[in-house]
Design a protein around this ligand. Sequence first.
Ligand code: CO
Length: 208
Amino acid sequence: MPDLEHLLQNNRTWADTIKHQDPRFFEKLVAQQSPEYMWIGCADSRVPANEIIGLLPGEVFVHRNVGNLVVHTDFNCLSCIQFAVDVLQVKHIIVCGHYGCGGVRAAMKNSHLGLIDNWLRHIRNIYLKYQPTLDAMSDESERLARLCELNVVEQVRNVCQTTIVQSAWERGQKLTVHGWIYHLHDGLLQDLKVRATKPDDIPAFIFS
Ligand code: CO
């Protein structure tokens, strides 16, 4: 029988270390969470939200899916955004993509992987939208990198256009939406500078 005892042991060590540093750490978190940030990122195991921005439990509210997509009919993602904005009152929503994203690559190549093709169709549509620009790039890795960036910007726009964010801005709530991308090769984040703090800031696009 496969045993995951090593993971449970890791967990006990982790909890002990935290308690050693701050004996009341978990006690304080039980009372409430009040993160300032919401993270919308790729499900890729190499891009763990808390670790790469150096935040502890309680500090970032996370939603992840394949390709860091924000789809207007996805009630899972929308519910997370709504809870984060209306209830937790986060100050920032960070959409974070990453270079070398398998979901973006599959969408660009129109690969057939099964059910997930339907989800990746959203990225395929972004590729088709910017196809002349993308196809003009002779280097395939460069093309993939650009589509990873374009995907982040499109998802930032999608976040901004939700009724949730629009309503928050209308009632004067301070909320900034950011677009970042993560480099797998050195672990560094890059700000794509598509920041929006009001409807007028919504990135129209394009950086070709
Ligand atoms: Co990915």
